[in-house]
Design a protein around this ligand. Structure first.
Ligand SMILES: [Zn+2]
Ligand SMILES: [Zn+2]
Length: 366
């Protein structure tokens, strides 16, 4: 029996998931989940009405408060402006609470910085018919696109992404969208050299913590999304075990680990039969452990049936890589364990969320 009863990477019909948020909550309850984090896409490839999403997640948080802890997150793409999930400006005026929500990026998460006790947030302020959609409580920082060489995105200042909903995407190469377009753009910008494209992917991935100030790092090596396809279908463009591929990936990991943000072991591609390996692949996960990095296990669920899909395999891989624990994102620090504040979070009601470790024992319960 699977003992991990939490998932923080969950998509719904607000973006590209198959199920409504409420149907996902009910499925989580059936599976005995204690925590469920929604992480709607804010991504040039998938648009979402953040305000409507945040309001619905707030409603579910209240409606199911006694049964499950629902967290309101977002999966932010690396080219996005993080303020897009900071919450809506207050609409209307009479009696409305002025939004003082500030973006997550005000929290110092740079290497060596301590976690600030100071957080900002107006949880779900409601006034008559006015409703200020509150900011995300946590974010996943994910790279789905590589800016083309020379794009103005490359030198854009950290913490202020260049894209919002409706922005033009002409200067981006999507790595998990369309395989034939990926090949076309690799030919156009890299002379067909996927190792050069991959090196740029990791150069950009290395900036994700500084650009977005996320709570955790999403699917670190998504550049391999299509690599398991047959050669005829456009796959096998990278030898993922070669140094030429792995070296830039390790460098990106080394740049990100000092920020102190957990990396997810992401089961999404394996769950949907798209890939053989979880993200990150074994060599890279082992490197993460050697660097002293932290993990959490994510389903990246787009269907409610996959809420804990791949968790056993992920736990086994984590143990193989040397990890003895994974992390849960919770509201209260445990009384007796080594919970620590989760960087770049803003809990409703003020304060941060916390990372609580949970052991990766071989023995399973129940
Ligand atoms: Zn993603
Ligand atoms: Zn996702």
């Amino acid at each position: 029996m699977n003992k991990l009863k939490a998932n923080y990477h969950t998509h719904t019909t607000f973006c590209d998931g198959s199920d409504t948020a409420e149907a996902v909550v009910q499925e989580a309850l059936r599976r005995g989940f204690t925590h469920l984090g929604f992480s709607g896409h804010m991504d040039p490839g998938v648009s979402m009405d953040y305000d409507a999403y945040a309001q619905e997640i707030c409603r579910l948080q209240a409606a199911y408060r006694d049964q499950i802890d629902i967290l309101r997150g977002a999966e932010l793409d690396n080219v996005y402006d993080p303020s897009c999930v900071a919450g809506a400006e207050v609409r209307g005026s009479a009696g409305a609470v002025p939004s003082t929500l500030r973006i997550n990026s005000v929290l110092p998460d740079a290497p060596g910085a301590s976690v600030a006790g100071e957080v900002f947030g107006v949880p779900g302020a409601r006034s008559g018919d006015d409703f200020a959609a509150p900011g995300a409580e946590y974010t996943i920082g994910s790279t789905h696109f590589v800016p083309v060489p020379g794009s103005s995105v490359w030198p854009a200042p950290a913490a202020f992404g260049t894209h919002r909903e409706g922005s033009e995407n002409w200067d981006l190469i999507g790595v998990d969208g369309d395989i034939s377009l990926l090949h076309d753009q690799c030919r156009q910008y890299y002379g067909g050299d996927f190792y050069a494209l991959s090196a740029d992917y990791y150069r950009f991935e290395a900036m994700v913590a500084a650009r977005l100030h996320p709570t955790l790092i999403g699917h670190f090596d998504l550049i391999t999304r299509f690599n398991d396809l047959s050669r005829a279908d456009g796959g096998h463009f990278l030898d993922e075990t070669s140094e030429r591929y792995l070296l830039p990936a390790r460098r990106a990991m080394e740049a990100l680990v000092p920020y102190g943000l957990p990396f997810e072991i992401n089961c999404g591609a394996v769950n949907r039969g798209r890939k053989k390996e979880l993200y990150p692949r074994p060599e890279l996960l082992r490197h993460l452990h050697a660097l002293g990095g932290e993990i959490l296990i994510s389903a990246d669920a787009h269907q409610k049936e996959l809420l804990d899909g791949g968790f056993e395999e992920a736990m086994e891989l984590a143990r193989w890589a040397g990890f003895t624990h994974t992390n849960l994102l919770v509201r209260e620090p445990g009384a007796d364990d080594a919970s620590r504040p989760a960087k770049n979070t803003q809990a409703d009601g003020g304060g941060t969320l916390y990372w609580r470790t949970t052991a990766l024992n071989e023995e399973t319960e129940g």
